[in-house]
Design a protein around this ligand. Structure first.
Ligand SMILES: *Cc1c(COP(=O)(O)O)cnc(C)c1O
Length: 414
């Protein structure tokens, strides 16, 4: 059953058939999937969704595939954790972590977008998939592409964290490390995508890929008992995730699944790469590209493809954007770990640190029901914590040596 009627230019509104195309031939605007919501309304209800397996595919009518799901069959439906310890620490009423550090096969929210992109690549009969990645996408395309039997070309900036490189190369894709930052990699990949008939998940398949991010929004609403929260904090790299979380809420409203939509969307960036947050603060719609310099490499996109749309989503919802320093990011990673037992990668640190800043500024109310999107697992970026963690107690293998250490530990009162 098909629910997608075509692609539409977000700028001039021109329509295109469902094909691996991503920019409007007339105005170069990005293309977006268009759905038949009347048809979806007949096929999809809360009850139908609730009866389905707990994966992101339970919302398949709202995803741009024509047949049945083929990739990422166990991805999604990650926990929504009530963060009581963290809430108490921060003095807020109702706080949740949307925990995408876990359950996904490659431990980040990129499993969502890749499940949809590679199912679509199968429908388009591609035999090779590729991506330009800041790390997590490389991991997800390498793994899901292996399972789905695709040839894989993965392009990354050469300076990526070692643990992220290992996490990709183990699946034996063709891993290409480019001397340059993500924006250089992406530019090169656009050229390659023009020449080779490959499914570049975040280039020529991007309109389909991006829709996968909506599932995090759908899940938040369902897991809150079919309610939308007061505020959601979302980390931004290209700005696609944030744009799609907002789209998900609007679609649920359109379908009558939620009655009123009061959610404010807040965007989180690292100060070392914050073109969207800067535009928000300057009150302009022009996103000025920057050269990234931050520990949050998964978010280090200096020229964000969906920056403009993310900014509009934030403004339309009545939210805000903020950015935080590397030290704040690391402190937030540690705070989340020691309060909630969740080890997030740097992007998670960005989200939590930004939330704390927004609270202090009075941008988010302490009485709000707030959801933080924690989008990737900390084991993938553990090197940022070297020399920045708590003390380790080295001892000899005897009781006396341990008790000497215990004295020091007790002095610290832990
Ligand atoms: C890719 C990524 C994001 C955000 O991606 P967008 O390009 O803004 O959609 C957030 N968190 C993590 C961990 C990521 O890998």
């Amino acid at each position: 059953m098909k629910y997608v009627t075509g692609l539409r230019c977000r700028e001039c509104g021109r329509e295109y058939p469902v094909e691996p195309v991503y920019v409007c031939e007339f105005c170069f605007g990005p293309l977006e999937a268009v759905y038949d919501y009347t048809k979806i309304k007949k096929a999809l209800s809360k009850r139908t969704i609730e009866k389905r397996p707990k994966t992101l595919w339970r919302y398949k009518e709202l995803l741009p595939i024509d047949g049945e799901p083929q990739v990422g069959l166990s991805s999604g439906f990650t926990p929504l954790v009530r963060a009581e310890n963290l809430a108490k620490y921060l003095g807020v009423k109702e706080l949740y972590i949307k925990d995408d550090t876990t359950l996904h096969p490659t431990l980040s929210f990129k499993d969502r977008v890749v499940a949809v992109a590679l199912t679509k690549a199968k429908e388009f009969s591609f035999d090779t998939v590729a991506c330009a990645s800041t790390g997590n996408l490389a991991h997800a395309v390498s793994a899901h592409g292996a399972k789905a039997g695709f040839k894989r070309f993965i392009f990354i900036p050469a300076t990526l964290e070692h643990s992220k490189i290992i996490a990709s190369i183990v699946y034996e894709p063709n891993l290409v490390a480019v001397d340059g930052n993500y924006d250089d990699v992406n530019r090169l990949c656009s050229e390659i995508a023009n020449k080779y008939r490959w499914a570049f998940v975040n280039i020529n398949i991007r309109p389909f890929y991006a829709e996968g991010s909506k599932t995090i929004g759908f899940e938040i609403v369902e897991q809150l008992g079919w309610q939308s929260p007061d505020s959601i904090v979302v980390p931004c790299a290209s700005g696609s995730l944030l744009t799609k979380v907002w789209k998900a809420l609007k679609e649920f409203k359109e379908l009558g699944i939620i009655k009123n939509l009061k959610t404010k969307i807040y965007g989180a960036q690292a100060t070392g790469c914050c073109p969207i947050s800067t535009a928000f603060k300057l009150g302009t719609d022009v996103i000025r590209p920057v050269k990234p310099n931050t520990v949050a490499k998964s978010l280090a996109i200096g020229n964000p493809a969906d920056g403009y749309y993310a900014l509009q989503a934030v403004k339309e919802s009545g939210g805000a954007m903020e950015d935080v320093s590397d030290d704040e990011i690391i402190d937030a990673i540690k705070l989340l770990a020691k309060t909630e037992g969740i080890f997030a990668e740097t992007a998670g640190g960005v989200t939590l640190a930004t939330y704390i800043k927004l609270l202090k500024e009075g941008n988010i109310d302490r009485k709000d029901c707030t959801v933080l999107c924690i989008t990737g697992n900390g084991l993938k970026t553990s090197e940022v914590l070297y020399e920045r963690t708590a003390e380790i107690y080295h001892i000899k293998p005897n009781l006396a040596s341990f008790e000497e250490a215990l004295k020091r530990i007790n002095q610290k009162g832990r």
